[in-house]
Design a protein around this ligand. Structure first.
Ligand code: GTP
Ligand code: MG
Length: 421
């Protein structure tokens, strides 16, 4: 029988260990990223260093050793565990005769291959161009190379480079403009959702932890309408690159807006986080975060830390958080159970999903109080304000005014003190 499956490109991994206690973990992430980019890891090397080498990232002896090993194993690509300078990449390519990819380019590559919607595609493209801009070099341009060295030719190479820079610069500003338009449309949608002041809950966490599965679980049990579509679930890194927003309707008139978004990984390229700001807006606006963690993964603690770091980087500090330890079935633990703001559960188990919903309700509405009010019919403005900021449970128009039962956040209650009954 003929095996038609295309041979995967073989990759060799290397990293400089600057006495970082998380180094092993970062290297294992790098291997996962390599697999996610559809390449096969054939071997890896590490070098303990006080600091990386300015021109070559690793030491010369180590590089030679890597070159021999990698070629011996049939590797075509060398993948490094950090973001390298353009000079380091060029030198390493020259010395090893391998295609050199740094961690940033690898992550950008995976994001590129996963992007489906226009917004995600543009965001990845933007991050890519910004990564490439400082890396443009005349010697990488084939035409310039063919012209050979020499003074005049070098000048020609440089103007060509200038041209490339300008073209990329223009592309960048065009994409930014387009993204702004899309972000504007999203903002209008978000404002509309905010009108009733329904609490916003956002699923966050390490990639592949089960955020989308959790969203689907909640949708299945508590979907507000049948039109709410499931989100994509896949056993792979960065299956989700967009933000999906759905409405969850619980019993007793409680509801919240739930969003599912892109997952995190260590050392996410800064450009990428920058360009995904619009996608992460729902996370920034959330009243409560559900940090989904894969409890069956031995690196669970590092994954939690990674999520905390990325959240800090996008400027989120004080949003209340539930830590949701998922995949308890795989971890072979007793589930579901919760304690404080932690829950151990399985996103594919209905009983777990109900417990998670209870916990969310508790957290989100913990500070809300039910109050009864009587507003005169002339208080139209206040009535509108109340509708904007409270959950209206009962509203009854009578001759003496509007009798209302509502749930309000404590900081809002002051505004309606005069109408309490
Ligand atoms: N055994 C088990 N598998 C789960 C559970 N929850 C999710 N999975 C699996 O884990 C994989 C990843 O799930 P997703 O929901 O796509 O994860 P995600 O966090 O949205 O991942 P990204 O969008 O890629 O960042 C899928 O293969 C799911 O079927 C669970 O409770 N138990
Ligand atoms: Mg997902």
């Amino acid at each position: 029988m003929i095996d038609n499956t295309p041979q995967k490109i073989k990759a060799y991994l290397a990293g400089a260990n600057l006495s970082d206690p998380n180094f092993d973990y970062y290297m294992s992430e790098l291997a996962n990223l390599t697999a996610a980019a559809n390449m096969e890891v054939v071997g890896q090397s590490r070098q303990n260093l006080e600091h990386t080498i300015a021109g070559t990232y690793l030491g010369l002896g180590k590089i030679n050793e890597i070159k021999d090993m990698a070629h011996g194993l049939g590797a075509k690509v060398l993948i490094l565990n950090d973001e390298l300078t353009p000079v380091q990449i060029r030198n390493l390519e020259k010395m090893t005769k391998l295609r050199v990819i740094d961690r940033t380019e690898l992550i950008l590559e995976i994001f590129s291959s996963r992007a489906r919607t226009k917004q995600a595609k543009l965001q990845v493209q933007l991050a890519r161009l910004e990564y490439e801009l400082p890396r443009l070099h005349p010697s990488e341009n084939e035409l310039d190379q063919q012209r050979g060295g020499g003074f005049t030719n070098r000048g020609a190479g440089e103007s060509k480079l200038e041209l490339n820079r300008r073209t990329i610069g223009k592309q960048i500003s065009l994409i930014k403009k387009e993204l702004k338009t899309i972000a504007g449309q999203e903002e209008i949608k978000a404002k509309r959702r905010n009108q009733n002041h329904i609490p916003k809950v956002a699923l966050v966490g390490y990639t592949n932890a089960g955020k989308s599965t959790t969203m689907n679980g909640l949708l299945k049990e508590f979907s507000a309408d049948d039109a709410s579509k499931d989100v994509l679930v896949r056993d792979m890194l960065f299956a989700t690159l967009d933000t999906s927003v759905r409405r969850i309707e619980l019993d007793n008139n409680f509801g919240f807006i739930l969003s599912d978004t892109v997952g995190f990984i260590s050392k996410l390229p800064h450009n990428l986080i920058e360009s995904f700001k619009a996608t992460l807006q729902e996370v920034k606006d959330a009243d409560l975060l559900i940090n989904v963690v894969d409890s069956s993964d031995p690196n669970m603690m590092q994954m939690i830390r990674t999520t905390q770091n990325v959240l800090a980087e996008i400027g989120i500090k004080n949003t209340p958080m539930v830590t949701a330890y998922n995949k308890a079935d795989k971890a072979q633990r007793n589930y579901p159970q919760f304690e404080g703001s932690n829950i151990l559960y399985s996103a594919v188990d209905p009983k777990s999903i109900k417990m998670l919903a209870d916990l969310i309700t508790k957290q989100v509405f913990a500070s809300y109080q039910e109050i009864k009010m009587l507003l005169p019919l002339s208080a139209g403005k206040e009535l509108a304000k109340l509708h904007d900021s409270a959950q209206i449970i009962k509203e009854d128009y009578q001759s003496d005014g509007v009798h209302i039962t509502a749930r309000l956040a404590p900081e809002k209650q002051m505004q309606f003190q005069d109408y309490l009954v």
